[in-house]
Design a protein around this ligand. Structure first.
Ligand SMILES: NC(=O)C1=CN([C@@H]2O[C@H](COP(=O)(O)OP(=O)(O)OC[C@H]3O[C@@H](n4cnc5c(N)ncnc54)[C@H](OP(=O)(O)O)[C@@H]3O)[C@@H](O)[C@H]2O)C=CC1
Ligand SMILES: CC(C)(CO)C(=O)C(=O)O
Length: 342
């Protein structure tokens, strides 16, 4: 079931939902702005230069159609912020472990926690392990090891984000394509609930596309397939999305990679077909995928959550993924050489 909300922007503040964003970078900042525009009470658990900037000047969100300055409560201490009805986590996957004690505390109070990250989510990997009786141990340093057991699945809401953004200065978020901002919410338990419908409604009121779905797995796999391809190829070549897809020599390996991810998705119950339209450069902007943004800034890349986690599923299910293995090996070598592999 898919529920899509569309409605006018309200001119009043809804008091019924206090939403705390943990990690107000590109995606967390985008969501904070949308929810503020929708009238929710938004706060941010944020640190460093971004905290100073948001306190002094507010959080600035801009694209070619809109500039919005959200005056939101911000702190690096949860106790300073209003008690949240829901928390949205939008850190990089390799930073999830650093949020574990905060999330354990929130989950202990029964607070719903939305995970708005790329890659195969820790909670979905946990479900796949159980479903396929995977005996391989959970890697000790992984987000899955840090969070499973601390955050019960009843508290977990997944969010698949399709939206191109970057943080251009602390507390300043640039959104690349105003017409392509989609946030899909789904319960880890696979139920349709009021809370995911409310989140979708707020995001839509804030001017993006919000959806609530009963089963998030199809969206997870479609987005994973796009990221495995775009993020890996971009990091290997340094090209933005439009330039990448304009380079026709990449189309054959891109389709091979798509086919491999499709086979993994099918084994997990999600049927996908090859989508050649994703290779059309006119669909894209000059956005550099967030993984390339990190690589260029010398920050650790989301290798483990994106190509790495995809390879793990292939090994669990004994499905060959030769193209993915080559791409992942090259990416890992490049990331290690640059010192950005975890
Ligand atoms: N950027 C994009 O266009 C898209 C990104 N995504 C995905 O969204 C997720 C978030 O990415 P993105 O927004 O780009 O990442 P950013 O790096 O822009 O933002 C992450 C923020 O989280 C902060 N953070 C990390 N750990 C903590 C912590 N323990 N407490 C408080 N703050 C913390 C970081 O602060 P600090 O800088 O101090 O480390 C940073 O400000 C990723 O999984 C990404 O792949 C999905 C679709 C598009
Ligand atoms: C490519 C893109 C923008 C798609 O939403 C993305 O996921 C990223 O930059 O990480």
């Amino acid at each position: 079931m898919i529920i899509l909300f569309a409605g006018p922007r309200p001119d009043h503040r809804d008091d019924w939902m206090n939403i705390c964003i943990l990690g107000a970078g590109a995606i967390g900042g985008h969501l904070a702005a949308r929810l503020d525009l929708a009238g929710a009470s938004v706060s941010a658990l944020v640190r460093g230069a971004a905290l100073e900037a948001i306190r002094e000047k507010g959080l600035t969100f801009q694209n070619r159609d809109l500039t919005h300055v959200a005056r939101i409560a911000a702190s690096d201490c949860l106790d300073d912020l209003p008690k949240p009805d829901v928390v949205i986590v939008a850190v990089k996957a390799q930073s999830l472990a650093s949020t574990a004690s905060t999330l354990e505390r929130l989950a202990g109070n029964g607070t719903p926690i939305v995970f708005a990250l790329n890659g195969l989510p820790w909670w979905y990997r946990q479900q796949l392990r159980q479903r396929f009786d995977v005996t391989e141990e959970v890697p000790a340093a992984s987000d899955e090891a840090a969070l499973s057991g601390l955050v019960p699945l009843e508290n977990v809401i997944g969010c698949v984000v399709t939206s191109a953004n970057s943080q251009t200065a602390p507390g300043v978020i640039h959104n690349e394509l105003p017409s392509a901002n989609r946030f899909v919410f789904g319960e880890a338990t696979g139920r349709m609930t009021d809370r995911i419908q409310r989140l979708a409604e707020l995001v839509t009121k804030g001017g993006a596309t919000g959806q609530a779905v009963q089963t998030l797995a199809p969206d997870i796999w479609v987005k994973l397939r796009a990221n495995v391809l775009a993020a890996s190829f971009a990091c290997l070549t340094g090209l933005d999305m439009q330039a990448l897809m304009s380079f026709k020599d990449l189309h054959k390996p891109a389709l091979d990679l798509q086919g491999e991810v499709n086979r993994l998705a099918a084994a997990c119950g999600v049927q996908l077909s090859l989508d050649e339209s994703t290779l059309d450069p006119t669909r894209y902007s000059k956005h550099k995928p967030s993984m390339l943004q990190d690589l260029e800034k010398g920050r650790t890349i989301e290798f483990d959550a994106v190509p790495g986690a995809t390879q793990s599923v292939a090994r669990w299910l004994d499905i060959p993924v030769p193209t993915l293995d080559i791409v992942a090996a090259l990416l890992k070598a490049r990331a290690m050489t640059l010192g950005v592999y975890p």
